[in-house]
Design a protein around this ligand. Structure first.
Ligand code: SF4
Length: 209
């Protein structure tokens, strides 16, 4: 039996973390501890769910109409490697689905490891590098200027220049049935501070991811 994958949050349809409409998985846990990490609650919170690769793949398969899947975190590469590899292989049984993956590691470091190579073979675009709070350039889909797109397949390679040179941030805010607010996307630090202050003044809290 495969090791379980640990998931802090998942969203079936999201338009602000990669091209088109995507399912997003925020994996639980990251040992890096970047200052100002927007997903800090996913690294320390006791709240997470465990899934076998097939269970997560079945969820993806039922999200009809998506262009692909975005893996975020937490740190995807701190999940059990064999299980992550199997999960990605299951997603790619549908060749129309693209896979984007965020990681705090550098691609050059990841690729030295044989288990990581098996995972990377399924990823169309890797967005690498730790988050640097004082290096926010306002770039689309990237939190800080050191982070790079690595086009590992041809899927989006023709759009390389556009991806690197688009400065536009979008977020989605969901109101859950239990009354909590959930934010998806990569807002600037100033935006987060302003929004948090305004909501706190009204005794409303919001979770970021
Ligand atoms: S690598 Fe990503 S999830 Fe991990 S601490 Fe840094 S910003 Fe947060």
């Amino acid at each position: 039996m495969m090791d379980m994958l640990f998931v802090a949050r998942r969203k079936s349809f999201c338009r602000v973390l990669g091209p088109g409409c995507r399912s997003v998985i925020w994996f639980y846990g990251c040992s890096r501890g970047c200052f100002g990490c927007i997903a800090e609650s996913m690294n320390k919170s006791a709240k997470y769910e465990s899934y076998e690769p097939q269970q997560l793949a079945d969820w993806i398969a039922n999200n009809h109409g998506i262009e692909g899947v975005t893996l975020s975190g937490g740190e995807p590469f701190e999940q059990p490697k064999k299980s992550l590899e199997q999960f990605l292989a299951l997603i790619k049984q549908n060749p129309n689905l693209s896979i984007l993956c965020y990681t705090g590691n550098n691609y050059q470091t990841l690729v030295k490891d044989a288990a990581n190579q098996k995972i990377l073979q399924y990823i169309d675009v890797l967005i690498d590098g730790e988050y640097q709070i004082d290096n926010d350039k306002g770039q689309r889909w990237r939190g800080s200027g050191n982070q790079r797109f690595h086009f590992l397949t041809r899927r989006y390679a023709d759009e390389k220049n556009k991806w690197f040179n688009t400065f536009e941030r979008q977020i989605e805010i969901e109101l859950e049935l239990n009354g909590s607010l959930l934010l998806s996307g990569i807002p600037s630090k100033d935006f987060i501070d302003n929004l948090t202050t305004k909501l706190n003044n009204r005794n409303i809290s919001i979770d970021f991811s």
